[in-house]
Design a protein around this ligand. Structure first.
Ligand code: NCD
Length: 322
């Protein structure tokens, strides 16, 4: 794979997704060793430039770079000169003047990473741009699902929540589609992105406003093989998208009652959430901490998958040439 940037999940062909997930499996083995250092990216510099808050994504990119012996540096919007009014272009040009090899960027503006990729020579990795995409999250979700379910061909994955504001959902429908999964996305009408009908027809996923009908479909073949809950993104909401939190939970939350009914049919149903969770809103504590919950597996997979992405973008070409 000789790709320079990872900006959108649509950049990756099925073969490339498979290849990254296979590399991630080898990286996951490294993660279980006592000494977790590989020399692969020795002498390379990776800058994590985060203009939005993050726990999982930022720390996993940092750990991934460190375990591969890259020099990794974290810069956050609040602690950088952007808080003094410096433009995004000036910030990235300044950083790249220090000869960095990769920029991992999270920004509140959709399209920010595509723009940066036009300005700099370094590899750019999209770690979440506004409500647009989050391709490494989709890869780690696919990795986690593959660990639980084996091949995703024909498997039915149900994604539930604040679709309007979710970059995780946008990347997931692409990557899961590449791997042959059937995807149904569920949200209240106010949290469905506008124009989703055309988009669903083009990318081959289904949409629903009715969570219970989706979860407990009459035909066993239509029932979910995994359920992914998404966070209600209050920080991106400008008005009232649902009447009360209680109503949201009643209609769209993975409550204790819904979990019990799901478990009656499929006791090992994988439950995913990219985090951070609003416990008690979109997901109950019982579901988050259930024995079949894959939420911490997703976090663990995040490091392996980001190692694999850094490897393919930064080391792949050199190794292939060697
Ligand atoms: C997601 C994000 O930032 O897009 N979280 C993550 O990367 N782990 C989802 C979210 O914030 O709800």
């Amino acid at each position: 794979m000789t790709r320079k940037h990872l900006l959108s999940s649509a950049d990756l062909s099925r073969d490339e997704v498979d290849s990254i997930l296979d590399t991630a499996a080898s990286m996951h083995d490294v993660q279980r060793r006592e000494v977790k250092k590989l020399p692969t990216l020795r002498g390379r510099t990776v800058i994590n430039l985060f203009f939005e808050d993050s726990t999982r994504t930022r720390s996993s990119f940092e750990i991934a770079g460190k375990w591969m012996s890259a020099d990794t540096i974290n810069i956050t919007g609040k602690g950088s000169s952007t808080s003094k009014g410096e433009s995004l272009r000036d910030t990235v040009m300044t950083i790249c003047a220090m000869s960095v090899d990769a920029l991992v960027i999270r920004h509140s503006a959709s399209g920010a990473c595509h723009q940066v990729a036009q300005w700099v020579d370094a590899s750019v990795i999209n770690a979440g741009d506004g409500t647009h995409e989050h391709p490494t999250q989709a890869l780690l979700d696919a990795y986690t699902l593959r660990q639980r379910l084996g091949s995703l061909e024909g498997r039915h994955i149900v994604i539930v929540g604040d679709l309007a504001h979710s970059r995780v959902f946008r990347s997931n429908v692409i990557t899961l589609g590449r791997l042959g999964a059937r995807v149904t996305v569920v949200a209240p009408p106010t949290l469905m992105p506008s124009g989703i009908g055309d988009w669903a027809a083009r990318d081959g996923f289904a949409t629903s406003w009715d969570l219970d009908q989706t979860l407990y479909a009459a035909s066993p073949a239509d029932r979910p093989d995994a359920v992914m809950m998404l966070r209600v993104q209050r920080e991106r909401m400008s008005g009232g998208f649902f009447p009360t939190e209680r109503e949201y939970t009643t209609g769209y939350g993975l409550t204790r009652e819904r979990l019990a009914r799901l478990y009656a049919a499929t006791p090992d149903l994988p439950i995913l959430h990219p985090g951070p969770m609003n416990r008690g809103l979109e997901i109950s504590a019982e579901a988050a901490d259930a024995t079949s919950s894959a939420i911490l597996d997703q976090v663990s997979a995040g490091v392996a998958v980001r190692m694999a992405v850094l490897y393919h973008l930064l080391a792949g070409e050199t190794e292939a040439a060697a």
